[in-house]
Design a protein around this ligand. Structure first.
Ligand SMILES: O=C(O)CCC(=O)C(=O)O
Ligand SMILES: [Fe+2]
Length: 196
C-alpha cells in the first residue's frame, strides 16, 4: 500500500469528489433507462469508500489468482486499473472473460444491492483478478456503500406481472454482516433472499 501514503488528504478528497460525480452520472443514466429519471434523484443514500489494491506479480510468470471470484457487496464500484490487465468477468453461462479496457477508462461494476434494487434487471456479475507476467498491478476503486439503516427493496416501478419480485427486502447491514461471515462467504449470500 505504498501508494496511498503518497496521496495527500486533499488529493484523496478530490478523487472521491470526481468519482462521486461520475457515479452520479452513471446512476442518472440507470434511472433514465428505467424511466425513473424524473422521479428519483439517486438510487439510495450511500457514502463512498475508496480502496487502492496492489497485486504482486506471480513468481515465474505463472497465471495466478490475485483476487478470488466474488460479487461486490457494496452498491456498485467504479474501478480504474493501471495498464497491467488482470480483471476477468464471468458471464451468466459461466464463461470467464478477460477485460482489456482502453487506457484511462473506468469500469462500472453492479453490486448485489443494486441487483436487488433493480429487481434483477441489472446483474451483479462475478469477477476476479488473475495475474500473469512479471509486473505488479494497482487498481483504485470507489464503492458507494449504502448507509446504516438502509433497507434494500426492489424499486416498485420495476416489479410487475412480467417481472415478479425477485428478492425479498432486507436490511443492508444484516446482509453485509452475513456475507462477510464464514457461512456467508461460502455461498452466494444474496441468493438467500431470493423469492423465486
Ligand atoms: O482490482 C480489481 O481490478 C478488482 C477489484 C475488485 O473487484 C474489488 O475490490 O471488489
Ligand atoms: Fe469486486
Amino acid at each position: 500500500m505504498d501508494v496511498i501514503f503518497l496521496l495527500s488528504r486533499q488529493t484523496i478528497s478530490s478523487m472521491i469528489e470526481q468519482l462521486d460525480e461520475l457515479n452520479s452520472l452513471i446512476e442518472k443514466s440507470i434511472l433514465d433507462s428505467f424511466g425513473l429519471g424524473d422521479k428519483i434523484e439517486s438510487i439510495m443514500p450511500s457514502k463512498t469508500l475508496l480502496r487502492v489494491q496492489r497485486y504482486k506479480a506471480p513468481p515465474n510468470g505463472d497465471y495466478l489468482n490475485g483476487l478470488d471470484a466474488h460479487t461486490d457487496k457494496l452498491l456498485s464500484a467504479i474501478l480504474c486499473a493501471d495498464q497491467v490487465f488482470g480483471l476477468e468477468v464471468q458471464t451468466k453461462d459461466g464463461q470467464w472473460h478477460k477485460l482489456s479496457p482502453s487506457p484511462n477508462s473506468f469500469i462500472f461494476i453492479v453490486g448485489d444491492p443494486l441487483m436487488a434494487w433493480s429487481n434483477g434487471r441489472l446483474h451483479s456479475a462475478k469477477h476476479r483478478v488473475m495475474m500473469k507476467g512479471h509486473e505488479e498491478r494497482f487498481s483504485l476503486a470507489a464503492f458507494p456503500a449504502p448507509v446504516e439503516g438502509t433497507v434494500i427493496r426492489p424499486q416498485k416501478e420495476l416489479v410487475d406481472e412480467e417481472h415478479p419480485q425477485f428478492y425479498k427486502e432486507f436490511d443492508y447491514m444484516d446482509f453485509l454482516k452475513f456475507s462477510l461471515s464464514k457461512d456467508g462467504m461460502a455461498i452466494d449470500a444474496l441468493a438467500t433472499y431470493k423469492l423465486l
